[in-house]
Structures are given as C-alpha cells and as structure tokens.
Design a protein around this ligand. Structure first.
Ligand SMILES: Cc1cc2nc3c(=O)[nH]c(=O)nc-3n(C[C@H](O)[C@H](O)[C@H](O)COP(=O)(O)O)c2cc1C
Length: 164
C-alpha cells in the first residue's frame, strides 16, 4: 500500500466529514424490535425516492437487516444525543430504555425524532466489510426539528450563528 493510503489517514479524513445521525430500526421474525445508530445514511435517488446506508458485517443484527423487507430511518433531533449513544452501546436492551411505538407499517418509530423515513428494501449490495442497504421511501414524517450533528466523534447542534 502507498504511504499516503492507509486506514488511519482514511479515518482522519472521514472523521472530519460532518454528518447527521440516524437510528435504523426493523422487526425480526419474532417481532422483536432491532435498531442501531447509523451515520452512513444518505439520499440516493428522487425518482424513485431512494436512500442508502451501510451495515457492518460484525453488527449482531446484520443478518436480520440484510434480509428484512422493510426498515425505518429515524433522523435524530439535536436533543437526542442519548439515543445516538444508546443505539451504539453493546449488550443492552435498547428499546427498553427509550420511548417508541410501532407504526401502521409495523416498524419501530422513536419518539421525538426530527423525521422518519419508512422504507421497503429495494436492493442490498455487499461491499468490503459492509453491506449497503438501499431503501425505497414509502412513508415520510417531518417534525421540522433541528438535527443532531456528528463530527470528530462529538455530537452537537447547529449553532445559531450558522443561520445568520
Ligand atoms: C455516530 C455513529 C454512527 C454509526 N454509523 C454506523 C453505520 O453507518 N453502520 C454501522 O454498521 N454501524 C454504525 N455505527 C456503529 C453501530 O451503531 C454499532 O456498531 C452497533 O450499534 C452495534 O450493534 P450490536 O451491539 O448489536 O452489534 C455507528 C455508531 C455511531 C456512534
């Protein structure tokens, strides 16, 4: 590998790319809710309405998410930093420690999110140590709240000065 190409440098540059934060949820075959914190989420297409995110093959719910027919993208609001941490924490009952409900489409929706996109799985593409999940948006909730930001492993909200 060339000197200028290594994992540390890659992580430094990617860590300096600010994102929002989402929690992606679904139900398994036993109707148990599953979810994880995700910042690889992005928009993909307007016609049809497509989004994408990627899941690490090491995540415990990997086999459920790569087979599920539908999932929900909960876009976290600026006051939901605790949910970002909760849904990235290992070996804990995540859904027992937050408020949520099942939507009409049978997907777990976190209370207080800035927005929710419910999706049906359009395509999955294995790539390296992750699998990309492409979803077709079938329902949209927009609460028009300020989003949670993630940058250099820190969470926060967009400062008021940004809008001036
Ligand atoms: C801000 C943030 C963003 C994350 N984004 C992703 C992501 O896009 N894809 C992914 O697979 N894991 C991502 N993770 C890590 C997962 O949330 C974490 O590995 C997962 O919840 C572990 O689940 P498990 O204990 O069920 O294996 C992210 C974590 C944080 C804190």
């Amino acid at each position: 590998m060339e000197k200028s190409i290594n994992t540390t440098r890659y992580l430094e540059v990617m860590g300096n790319y600010p994102t929002g934060v989402t929690v992606v949820t679904t139900l398994d075959d036993q109707k148990t809710p599953l979810g994880l914190t995700v910042n690889s989420f992005t928009s993909l297409s307007l016609d049809p309405l497509l989004v994408l995110w990627s899941i690490d093959k090491k995540v415990s719910s990997y086999s459920v998410f790569t087979k599920t027919k539908q999932f929900a993208i909960n876009v976290l609001a600026s006051d939901q930093g605790d949910l970002c941490s909760l849904f990235a924490r290992k070996n804990t009952d995540r859904f027992n420690q937050c408020e949520w409900h099942l939507s009409k489409l049978n997907l777990p929706i976190l209370s207080g999110s800035a927005g929710v996109l419910q999706c049906k799985t359009y395509k999955t593409i294995e790539a390296g140590d992750h699998t990309m999940l492409i979803g077709e948006v079938i329902d949209i909730l927009n609460e028009n709240k300020k989003p949670l930001l993630y940058h250099q492993r820190k969470m926060g909200e967009i400062p008021e000065s940004f809008y001036q």
